[in-house]
Design a protein around this ligand. Structure first.
Ligand code: PHE
Length: 457
């Protein structure tokens, strides 16, 4: 997640969070003109020919840093394989938000404007760096988060939707990081006139949550560092924030509640955060295997995001002087009588959650084409991953003969052929690469005058 908070980040199986942009000052930023980066880029990709991706051509320039190995992931479309764990999880989340429209944008290529500027990312945000993101050229890049589609989706006039998609970030190499992963973005927006309806919904959701074995730790406050937006009626902002919290607590309970140890309540923690396109903003964590696991980022959508999409218009506030953190002048500039909308949004990483729910120990497994992985899972079901060798399957049938039992050795059959002798030969030839030697057939009725033909695989 792109936040600016500085507290330490919870880990899963030793993984560090996606919130790696902890502060703009702490990470070295490599500009397009720096020689080291340019040299590295030249080693990995021919710099001249334009990119041809999904029937589009993108000219290269000094920003182009997307290698073929990353581009080759675009057509894997893991979220479209119904029995893939990521797709199973996506479907569960979609069924939880059953009245939302589910969308899957066809191309991961977005403009830099969509990915950053439109959402209010400052020009020096570290996420923009060539060390962190994949660029096709100065103008186009592989989306780094599903929020890149927020404005265009609001522009379609949809006010409750989910977007699931692959996102791309340059990253370290280990079992919990991969340069391509999947996010799900969700949002719900209301006209301010619906405030009574939101209140009723909130009361209902709160009641439902109270009946669940769930401990919600939420010490967040509305303050000058995490304010309601100056153009929002605080009463509406409060109800929208409540609805955001209830909706996500209920989703988290749906996902993790059934996986809890008998009698143990699920613990969920809300933390203040910062995203350029939401305020107030939060991160949510779940207590899992003895540590806090960061799940998602969320908040009340910045009004200017909705405005850019032509979704809403700011209305004149009747009580500007009573508003905390409001800018009176700004309020007075607002246009009266325009219909006003406000809403929340969240973004979550599917791999992080799927690794926990399906017990998948390595993020790279999601990309496996190995049937031993793919055939383990069934659409609609969360089942635990059964480990298998990290080596590709390579079956060798071995059959051979051993001398017939002679009158000298008859009665001492063990001396004629012992499996350990065979295993010794296998070990000598292939060392520890061979994981299993299994006898598949041994003649049952042995004519002592004929050779034996044991078969192994
Ligand atoms: N896009 C943010 C990220 O990837 C998550 C987010 C989505 C936060 C929507 C707030 C609202 O870190």
């Amino acid at each position: 997640m792109w936040t600016t908070k500085t507290r330490s980040i919870s880990t899963l199986l030793g993984q560090c969070s996606r919130c790696r942009y902890v502060s703009t000052a702490s990470r070295p930023r490599i500009e397009a003109r720096l020689p080291l980066h340019t040299q590295l880029r030249r080693i990995s990709t021919p710099a001249s020919s334009p990119y041809q991706i999904l029937d589009q051509t993108y000219k290269r320039d000094t920003y182009s840093n997307t290698p073929p190995a990353i581009l080759s992931k675009i057509d894997r479309r893991l979220l479209h394989h119904p029995s893939h764990p990521l797709s199973i999880l996506r479907n569960i989340i979609e069924s939880h938000f059953s009245t939302h429209t589910s969308l899957t944008p066809s191309s991961p290529i977005v403009s830099v404007w969509q990915n950053f500027d439109e959402l209010g990312f400052p020009p020096d945000h570290p996420g923009r760096s060539l060390t962190d993101s994949y660029y096709l050229n100065k103008e186009y890049m592989l989306r780094t988060h599903t929020s890149a589609h927020e404005v265009e989706t609001y522009r379609k006039g949809l006010d409750r939707w989910l977007i699931s998609a692959d996102v791309y970030r340059r990253d370290e190499i280990d079992a919990s990081h991969y340069p391509v992963f999947h996010q799900m973005e969700g949002t719900q927006v209301w006209p301010s006139s619906d405030i009574t309806e939101i209140k009723e919904l909130n009361a209902k959701l709160q009641k439902e949550l109270e009946s669940c074995p769930l401990i919600i730790e939420d010490e967040t406050t509305i303050s000058s560092t995490n304010p309601y937006q100056p153009t929002h009626d605080p009463e509406l902002a409060e109800e929208v924030t409540k609805h955001l919290k209830h909706s996500l607590n209920s989703l988290i309970y749906r996902l993790f509640g059934s996986q809890q140890m008998e009698g143990e309540p699920l613990r969920v923690r809300w933390i203040e955060a910062f995203f350029p396109f939401t305020s107030p903003s939060y991160e949510v964590e779940v207590w899992w295997n003895g540590e806090w696991l960061e799940l998602l980022g969320c908040g009340v959508v910045q009004q200017k995001t909705l405005d850019q999409a032509g979704m809403s218009y700011l209305r004149s506030l009747s009580r500007p002087s009573s508003l905390p953190y409001s800018d009176k002048k700004q309020c007075q500039r607002l246009m009266p009588d325009q219909s006003h909308k406000a809403g929340w949004a969240f973004g979550l990483g599917l791999e992080r959650i799927a690794m926990v729910l399906f017990n998948i120990p390595d993020i790279r497994l999601f990309w496996s084409n190995d049937k031993r992985f793919l055939n383990q899972f069934k659409s609609g079901e969360i089942t635990k991953f059964q480990p298998y060798s990290k080596y590709p399957p390579c079956y060798k049938d071995m059959s051979f003969w051993v001398p017939p039992i002679s009158s000298d050795t008859a009665g001492e059959k063990g001396k004629v052929f012992h499996e350990n002798d065979y295993c010794e030969i296998v070990r000598e030839v292939a060392g520890d690469l061979v994981e299993n030697v299994t006898l598949v057939r041994f003649p049952l009725f042995v004519d002592s005058s004929l050779p034996l033909y044991p078969q192994y695989c």
